[in-house]
Design a protein around this ligand. Structure first.
Ligand code: FAD
Length: 466
């Protein structure tokens, strides 16, 4: 790890000249805000928060920081769940929130060009007004496109459409040298050289700063519907996931919620869901361009649920009912955080392994005396396990217990051919799991790539690996 320098008054003055005095802050409230993300990691305040307005300013900030050996942590909206945007070594928190224009929605090419600070929710609204669709839908609607790209975010519609990577066609990236590179563009095909764009996506702000993105769009499907299915046992519900997939329909979302999560959502939202009295639930969401095709998918999925032990298959056939169910699913993180001390495992396994995984994970919970609540993207094999402190566990024992349970959950995933992070990234809190998963040869390759992009190691240091 390089020795970093402190930000002197002279360096601060230079930064103020680049971005304007009002866009460099050392106010305590700003440092506190930029010291955290949504993970339980303790805060790491930067020395300064710097908010550039355009690519040229990012270039000049990086060139200066590189020359002065000041660490720089790119930040979107800090909704990440693995400490990836924590300024571990202080220095500059480079907030991309101010670069938030949707530059162009190009209907001729079905591509949009955006700045990194655009919120995913705003982008969905803007494209859907034109009958266009950007499928990636990470649960946190106030995350930024830059953050989504840098974590290769997944979300609620990955089962049918894939993840952020599948919709990023071009990027403008500023390197620590201050050089700006354009990778990809609006071409549908590209077999030229190494795919640097794929290296940048998911690199958690360690290789360069994304200052523009060209995103692929598709026509918005005309009809959407959703099934909310209560099951008489958790194993029936997870087995139904496999059965639905076998029916050769592809729901865009297939989410799992145990009763514990349904009750938490109801308490948090202060309203009832269609049913809360069964051990487990599936949300099966489908969309199509004709009513007939939609009905066919609903019927097939509904029958598969009933055959596998669902007591009913409630259909939410209008937008309001659907959004009420989605709201319940999407509020779970906030609902649990408001009540419990917890962390979240983000393992992903081949989907056929889900029943075995859920069964064996129960033993892990018992072994470590923690409450494990699996929720989420079952259709992707990407179950989020809330690892929850029991009331009787002393707080001083919690970090160790939580890490031991997380470690076992990850080991179980690796044993089944899975991965330690399906969509959140390793950031700071899970970086020690990389080598366990990919082995030393791949970690060395990654370190070599990092050294090529960022020879002084100033960009988001101490992330992704140990
Ligand atoms: C309630 C809740 C639900 C969530 N649901 C999902 C989900 O379903 N799926 C999912 O994938 N994630 C989910 N997340 C995690 C989080 O929202 C995503 O990781 C999101 O992509 C982070 O975006 P952000 O703008 O907050 O990025 P930040 O947290 O600010 O940063 C994340 C990483 O990206 C880097 N970065 C940010 N902007 C840039 C840039 N312009 N250039 C280079 N690097 C950059 C940072 O350095 C950091 O490494 C959820 C989080 C919460 C709190």
């Amino acid at each position: 790890m390089p020795e970093f320098n402190q930000i002197t008054p002279e360096i601060r003055a230079k930064l103020e000249k680049i971005v304007g005095k009002g866009n460099v802050s050392s106010l305590k409230e700003d440092l506190d805000k930029h010291a955290i993300d949504e993970s339980p990691l303790e805060p790491h305040p930067p020395t300064l928060v710097v908010t550039p307005a355009n690519t040229q300013e990012v270039q000049r900030v990086l060139r200066l920081a590189n020359a002065e050996l000041i660490p720089v942590t790119p930040q979107g909206c800090r909704t990440g769940l693995s400490g990836a945007s924590h300024p571990i070594h202080g220095g500059i928190a480079l907030s991309l929130e101010g670069m938030n224009s949707i530059i162009e929605i190009d209907e001729d090419n079905l591509m949009a060009t955006v700045e990194p600070g655009v919120l995913i929710n705003d982008f969905h609204e803007a494209t859907e007004k034109l009958g266009l669709y950007y499928p990636p839908d990470p649960g946190q609607e106030s995350g930024s496109i830059g953050g989504n790209i840098s974590t290769n975010a997944g979300g609620m519609r990955a089962m049918k459409y894939g993840v952020t990577r599948d919709f990023v066609n071009g990027l403008e990236v500023v390197l620590t040298s201050g050089e700006v590179i354009q990778v990809g563009g609006k071409n549908v095909k590209d077999s030229t050289g190494y795919s640097l764009i794929d290296l940048i996506i998911g690199s958690e702000g360690t290789l360069g700063v994304v200052t523009k993105a060209i995103l692929r769009l598709i026509p918005q499907p005309k009809f959407t519907s959703l099934i909310y299915a209560p099951f008489t046992s958790t194993m029936d519900a997870v087995n139904a996931v496999r059965e639905i997939i076998k029916q050769k329909i592809v729901p865009f979302g297939l989410e799992y919620m145990p009763q514990h999560a349904v009750l938490m959502a109801e308490k948090h939202l202060e309203r009832k869901l269609p049913d809360n009295s069964h051990p487990a639930y599936l949300i099966v969401a489908v969309e199509a361009n004709s009513k007939e095709e939609l009905d066919r998918q609903l019927e097939t999925a509904g029958e598969a649920c009933i055959e596998m032990g669902a007591v009913d298959a409630y259909i939410a056939d209008n937008a309001q009912r659907q959004s009420q169910i989605w709201e319940a699913r999407k509020c779970l993180f906030d609902a649990y955080m408001a009540t419990y001390m917890l962390d979240e495992a983000d393992i992903c396994i081949p989907r056929s392994m889900i029943p075995d995984y859920v069964e064996r994970a129960e033993e892990i919970g018992e072994k470590h005396g923690v409450l494990l609540v699996p929720v989420g993207h079952a259709g992707d094999g990407n179950l989020h396990y809330f690892i929850i402190k029991k009331d009787e566990t002393p707080e001083e024992d919690w970090d160790e217990l939580m890490e031991a349970a997380l470690s076992d959950l990850i080991d179980l995933s690796l044993e089944m051919g899975g991965t330690s992070s399906g969509e959140h990234g390793l950031g700071y809190t899970k970086r020690h799991y990389l080598e366990r998963e990919v082995g030393p040869a791949q970690v060395e390759l990654m370190k070599g790539i990092k050294a090529t992009f960022d020879p002084n190691g100033i960009l988001n240091p101490d992330k992704v690996w140990v």
